[in-house]
Design a protein around this ligand. Structure first.
Ligand code: TXA
Ligand code: MG
Length: 337
């Protein structure tokens, strides 16, 4: 199959919408990462997403809407807290888990009786969804296990020949996937951290919990609330280790343990000063790190790194999302100095 790259003029967005309506899988830009979209209500189309990604069948997909009015038709009930979150954070990088209506096929929900819904803030994404005229199921548009794509070229690398079209909407503004939350009485539980941080959610309620799976490794047979958290994820070929240390200790550690096949992921050019090591600067603050992390992980493969040492991100605000993704890329290897 030939994969067409589409731009964001209205005609192209309408074409993307039509392909989706006809049951095709299309790569679409969102503010978080690129998604691999299909009609969320069409079992066959959704099945094709799983095939294109090589994704395990029990890992549910997020359903994307362009208007708040679409929500009611998809979910059994909308808790008060969810209404408040929608008011505060939609459109935007927040996915909320609801009890699903039967109209959502089991293939979309990975066999669960719940469904994650999000209204993206990216204007191209919302136009494509509204031209499609149906809710759009979309996981990140990477091959299962690889870093999520933040440019159309990343999607093209993974999906060339597997999908008929990819819409190029430029670099994703946020760079890490949406925050995934569920509701438990008057509490919010964060299943996956993202740009909407715990601190942001605390504006809606004081009771915000971070699920154990966010920072700990779960065994493959563990019963988890968010199936995606148990799979190997975001992994470059290089063996990644997080070094939790200040710049001086980081520099000392990597000069002692690094070699010509090592690449460092750093916050500043000075982090590797005086060493002969190659490095990728993935940003000085959490927002920049969120935007650049996945590209940096992909670059490790492109330059043939065998080993990577990454400076440890802040664990607050959007930094928690960066840390969560990097932890998985590192297979939970952290050295604290
Ligand atoms: O930002 C994003 O959320 C991107 C863009 C494309 O919107 N999408 C994305 O989808 O990251 P995906 O499939 O790569 O990740 C979805 C995550 C998985 O960890 C999945 O297990 C979890 O959300 N999830 C989806 N539905 C769920 C549900 N009903 N209950 C619990 N977790 C759910
Ligand atoms: Mg993903």
């Amino acid at each position: 199959m030939e994969t067409k790259l589409l731009n964001t003029d209205d005609e192209s967005l309408r074409l993307a919408g039509r392909l989706l309506r006809e049951g095709k899988v299309v790569g679409i830009p969102t503010e978080t990462v690129y998604g691999l979209g299909a009609n969320a209500l069409d079992t066959k189309a959704v099945g094709d997403i799983f095939k294109a990604k090589g994704r395990p069948q029990d890992n549910p997909l997020i359903v994307h809407i362009s208007e708040l009015s679409q929500l009611e038709g998809l979910v059994e009930e909308i808790p008060e807290l969810a209404k408040k979150c929608a008011e505060q954070f939609w459109p935007g990088p927040l996915t909320m888990i609801f009890k699903k209506k039967p109209i959502i096929p089991d293939t979309t929900s990975g066999g669960l009786d719940t469904v994650g819904i999000r209204m993206p803030s990216n204007k191209y994404a919302r136009k494509i969804i509204s031209y499609a005229g149906v809710p759009i199921a979309a996981p990140s548009a990477n091959l299962s296990g690889s870093p999520s794509p933040t440019t159309a070229m990343h999607v093209f690398k993974d999906m060339n020949g597997r999908v008929p079209a990819i819409v190029d909407g430029g670099m994703s503004a946020v760079g890490v996937e949406s925050t995934v939350i569920c509701f438990e009485g008057d509490s919010i539980r964060i299943l996956r951290p993202g740009f909407i941080s715990k601190e942001d959610l605390c504006e809606v309620t004081d009771n915000v919990l971070i699920d154990k799976g966010v920072l700990e490794q779960l065994s493959a047979d563990a019963v988890v609330r968010s199936p995606g958290m148990k799979y190997k994820h975001y992994s470059p070929t290089a063996d990644v280790t997080i070094i939790d240390a200040d710049a001086d200790k980081f520099r000392a550690y990597v000069s002692e343990h690094g070699d010509s096949e090592t690449v460092c992921l750093v916050f500043s050019d000075s982090d590797c000063e005086g060493t002969s090591l190659r490095y990728i600067n993935y940003g000085a603050d959490s927002k920049q790190q969120a935007q650049k992390l996945f590209d940096a992980l992909r670059q490790l493969d492109e330059i043939g790194a065998k080993k990577a040492y990454a400076r440890c991100p802040e664990k607050t605000g959007v930094g928690l999302a960066v840390y969560n993704r990097l932890l998985r890329a590192a297979g939970f290897q952290v050295i604290k100095l």
